[in-house]
Ligand binder design. Structure first.
Ligand code: KG4
Ligand code: ZN
Length: 339
């Protein structure tokens, strides 16, 4: 089955063609990230206008790269939520129009749950179940129990800020422009352990029994600690390192707690924050030392951040085809119940 997927829930516009939910024939991503830099965050109106201009060329390019035409596509798939309404509408209405014109079905996709399907796009490393899936992105920090690609239960999430948001907001405090996570990771790699000794941040809600997260208190703690120091490049790197350690410590601990509780044989990471090298290292080291029979699945960096390949993979492995007339953009689509 050949699916053409489209993703436009935030500032990216992406299209991909995927065969049988596992093989990427093409994946194209256009981003308006640099256009938002001087505003310190994504401006929905700017994102939507850019998406309106590039959605059709992006879809055309995905077909060209796959060496296919519309007639070769079995089904369309599109993110219908959660996300920014203006951005979602562009992907949803474009796909509805293509589906109507070509008389093909559409599969609506939940963007957050779809992130974990990036781990289905590696046929060499099939996932065994039960698995625990951690989705960590700019807007979400969610833990799920997976009994199969179709049987997914939400276990817990953040009570306030997402992990990616914590990276992005603290990066701004440290003086970096947007793309906070990669900036913190880069700065942290330059830190000097002696300077870092003086900077200590809390690991919020790291209690054993809760699978909920909270990162907004960490932001306040970072701000208070930041005011106590002179801001030399060494101190900036030491802060970046401690911020990365605090966030990743919590993510690793909660994920392993869930894996132990549900006797998971696999752990799946996905979402933009799963691109973080330290998170990947720490998760692997902890699994090896405490749950050696559990395998870790992490997508390549290009499949962690927003793209349409995992949208098409979700559609193939979990989605339900429907008529274009039944689909609408739902900005607050739930990840807890909509499974
Ligand atoms: O999944 P994604 O591309 O978009 C959403 O669905 O939100 O995630 C974007 C988030 C941003 O907060 C970004 O700072 C973070 O992923 N991110 C990282 C890294 N690369 C992207 N966070 C930490 N380390 C990274 N290397
Ligand atoms: Zn995302």
């Amino acid at each position: 089955m050949i699916i053409l997927g489209v993703e436009s829930s935030c500032d990216e516009t992406a299209a991909a063609v995927v065969k049988d939910g596992t093989t990427i024939l093409s994946s194209v991503v256009a981003s308006s990230t640099t256009m938002h830099r001087r505003y310190g965050g994504i401006v929905p109106e700017i994102a939507a206008r850019a998406q309106l201009q590039c959605i059709l060329p992006t879809i055309q390019e995905s077909l060209r790269e796959a060496k296919l035409q519309y007639r070769d596509i079995d089904t369309f798939a599109v993110t219908h939520g959660p996300g920014l309404i203006g951005s979602l509408l562009i992907g949803v209405e474009t796909i509805k129009t293509l589906a109507m014109a070509t008389n093909k079905p559409v599969i609506p996709v939940n963007h957050v749950i779809a992130h974990m399907f990036a781990n289905a796009l590696n046929p060499q490393s099939p996932v065994s179940f039960p698995a625990i899936s951690l989705v960590v992105s700019g807007g979400h920090t969610e833990l799920f129990l997976m009994k199969s690609w179709k049987d997914i239960t939400w276990l817990g999430g953040t009570l306030d800020d997402a992990a990616g948001e914590a990276f992005d907001k603290s990066a701004r405090l440290l003086g970096f422009e947007n793309l906070g996570g990669p900036a913190i990771q880069r700065a942290a790699s330059l830190h000097h352990p002696e300077v870092g000794k003086r900077i200590l941040l809390p690991r919020p809600m790291n209690t054993a029994d809760s699978l909920q997260f909270s990162f907004s208190g960490l932001k306040t703690a970072i701000f208070r600690e930041w005011q106590k120091h002179k801001h030399s490049p060494e101190v900036v790197s030491a802060f970046a390192n401690e911020i990365q350690e605090a966030i990743t410590d919590v993510l690793v601990k909660k994920t392993l707690n869930a894996a132990e509780k549900y006797e998971a044989v696999a752990i799946l990471l996905s979402g933009g924050v799963a691109a973080n090298t330290r998170l990947r290292q720490k998760m692997l080291a902890q699994i090896n030392s405490t749950l050696p029979k559990t395998s870790l699945h992490v997508p390549p960096v290009s499949l962690c951040t927003d793209n349409a390949a995992y949208i098409a993979a979700y559609a193939a492995l979990k989605g339900t085809p429907t008529d274009w007339g039944n689909i609408r953009a739902i900005p607050d689509l739930s990840v807890e119940k909509n499974i």
